[in-house]
Design a binder for this molecule. Structure first.
Ligand SMILES: Cc1cc2nc3c(=O)[nH]c(=O)nc-3n(C[C@H](O)[C@H](O)[C@H](O)COP(=O)(O)OP(=O)(O)OC[C@H]3O[C@@H](n4cnc5c(N)ncnc54)[C@H](O)[C@@H]3O)c2cc1C
Length: 291
């Protein structure tokens, strides 16, 4: 097939470009290897907001129901449903983009695109077929993927990226989150609201380091009050997968190294005491596996 424009990647950058070009009368295809909507709708902005809404409601009911005149006995939750709702919200949003493709006559091609020759896009379709399309213009909108830390490769179970963190079942008893940017903070809030013991580690002096310091400090106070352990000015120097989980070694950036905590006898699935000294933070945390 010959197109005016082939967009590679169906995330917010790609689908908007594809739909707009089609509305302007161009013949357009969008090649997407997973699902229209990309990271944002399927594994980013949208599903995390759904999880955060759950966390917000649960937190409110648990801690402030009385303020609103509610009396709640035996408040509990169904973790599987919490995750399922988030997936359903994503699914609806992605289906909305697929509808817009259809409505605007964008050819939606499910498969991985390869560029081998100028003006040509080879697609290894998800149904196993390979096809080649010609295009006068090609828009590459392939987004980004999570980057593991050196010495800490993802294993999909105990060392994970944001995608797995959205669908973790069963709920983990404890979790170390490395990086207190927007994504790290969102997951910290979500898991902490449902009583996973969360330790949030950040190399910079504040959480949300690229925001205004005043905002970051206010947020850090609020998150700490909610029970999240926050270690700023702290770097991860080593992480080992053990039988019980992952052991993370930390170093404070403004003090010399010191080993503070190595809970060798922690029962499987149990969180250990997190030992740390103020501003002197080279520690070893032994975190539990999901029960
Ligand atoms: C957990 C999380 C939470 C986030 N929350 C927010 C938020 O609240 N607000 C906000 O503004 N941003 C948020 N973001 C960031 C946001 O998701 C990204 O900025 C946005 O998705 C980038 O859009 P994009 O189209 O450039 O790339 P993507 O959305 O990543 O889309 C790229 C698409 O290209 C596809 N692709 C890659 N290679 C190929 C190939 N060879 N062939 C075919 N298809 C290919 C991928 O499958 C993917 O679907 C969040 C991100 C994450 C991970």
């Amino acid at each position: 097939m010959k197109y005016d424009l082939i967009v590679i990647g169906g995330g917010p950058a790609g689908y908007v470009g594809a739909i707009r070009a089609a509305q302007l009368g161009k013949k357009v295809a969008c090649v997407e290897k997973e699902r229209a909507g990309g990271t944002c709708l399927n594994w980013g902005c949208i599903p995390t907001k759904s999880l955060l809404r759950n966390a917000e409601l649960f937190h409110l009911m648990k801690h402030r129901a009385g303020d609103f005149g509610f009396k709640i006995d035996g408040l509990s939750y169904d973790w599987e449903k919490v995750i399922k709702r988030s997936r359903e919200v994503s699914d609806k949003n992605a289906a909305g983009i697929e509808f817009l493709f259809k409505k605007n006559k964008v050819d939606y091609v499910l498969g991985g695109a390869l560029l081998e020759k100028a003006g040509e896009v080879v697609v290894k379709r998800n149904d196993g077929k390979t096809e080649t399309h010609e295009a006068a213009n090609i828009l590459i909108a392939t987004g980004v993927i999570p980057r593991p830390l050196t010495g800490l490769p993802f294993n999909g179970k105990t060392v994970i990226g944001s995608r797995e963190a959205m669908i973790l079942e069963p709920q983990p008893k404890s979790m170390v989150i490395i990086g207190a940017g927007a994504i790290g903070v969102e997951f910290a809030y979500f898991y902490n609201a449902f009583s996973t013991e969360v330790t949030l580690i950040e190399m910079m002096p504040n959480v949300l380091p690229i925001e205004d310091t005043e905002v970051s400090q206010a947020l850090e106070k609020a998150l700490t009050k909610q029970g999240i352990k926050i270690l700023t000015n702290t770097k991860t120097t080593k992480a080992e997968t053990t039988k019980r989980g992952v052991r993370v070694t930390l170093a404070g950036l403004d003090d010399g190294p010191a080993v503070l905590c190595d809970q060798g006898d922690t029962a499987a699935g149990e969180e250990c005491a997190l030992g740390y000294r103020r501003r002197h933070l080279d520690g070893i945390l032994q975190r539990g596996l999901p029960a």
